[in-house]
Design a protein around this ligand. Structure first.
Ligand SMILES: [Zn+2]
Length: 251
């Protein structure tokens, strides 16, 4: 082989290698579902395409989303405009006439991330407050057996044993600084219910008694619970229940 041929051959090999790298980058780029802001394409679709009042996930259709433990929001997600949109839409959803809730967790709008809104009945004016990456450090105090329902389990209600107090750690929704709060009474029960959602647990797993609420069914009959046409495929592909009781309740 002459020197010119060797140089030509090396150039050819280098070009082929570069082409292979470009092809690999394009292939992996097409296959990835995440961008730099940390949200998956499916999550971004749910956040951006939802109306201001979002579709609320329900058993049994959305059992995969409701039963999957949520993960903490990443630093990229915490800094993203999508998080602000999601926070605003979740608040509008829980306060909407058709839901009229006292708390909501992100899996209930199709996002398995640790984010909740809670009505603080223990504060003046009973404001709704947002908690990012909440975790219950401890639950303690006397147990009560109070009535509970869930936006995601219509039209059931039940009596659920709960602790009287919780200590919750979370990130402040504006400053993103770590916070800790001790909460008592009814608001502590809401924290337990919503943080359960983030662990894939529903109140029906803890309830002593469960019954169909005729009042709830009448009250909500006027509203459309239909899943949006654009709702991502994950919610359609598996109607499986991952815990023991939900299939019995929703027959
Ligand atoms: Zn709930």
């Amino acid at each position: 082989m002459k020197p010119q041929q060797r140089i030509f051959g090396r150039l050819l090999m280098l070009s082929a290698g570069a082409l292979a790298l470009v092809a690999l980058a394009l292939w992996t780029g097409n296959r990835t579902t995440r961008r730099d802001d940390g949200w998956t394409d499916r999550e971004r679709l749910v956040i951006n395409e939802s109306d201001s009042v979002m579709y609320v996930t329900v058993l049994p259709e959305d059992s995969v989303l409701l039963r999957t433990p949520s993960v903490d929001l990443s630093a990229e997600q915490l800094a993203s405009p999508e998080l602000r949109t999601l926070m605003a839409k979740m608040r509008a959803t829980v306060q909407s006439p058709q839901q009229d809730g006292v708390g909501i967790a992100a899996p209930q709008v199709g996002i398995d991330r640790r984010l909740i809104w809670i009505q603080r009945f223990d504060k003046p004016g009973e404001p709704f407050e947002c908690y990012l990456n909440p975790h219950l450090d401890s639950v303690y105090g006397a147990m009560t057996h109070g009535p509970e329902g869930c936006l995601s389990v219509p039209p059931m209600r039940g009596h659920v044993p709960r602790y009287g107090s919780v200590i919750v750690s979370y990130l402040h929704p504006e400053t993103l600084l770590p916070q800790k709060d001790t909460v008592h009474g009814y608001t502590a029960i809401i924290f337990q219910h919503e943080c359960d959602h983030l662990d894939g647990t529903l109140y029906i797993d803890r309830a002593d008694t469960l019954f169909v609420s005729i009042a709830w069914a009448d009250e909500r009959a006027a509203y459309d619970y239909a899943r949006p046409a654009w709702w991502p495929d994950i919610c359609l592909e598996a109607n499986q229940c991952l815990r023991k009781r939900c299939h019995e309740l929703t027959k």
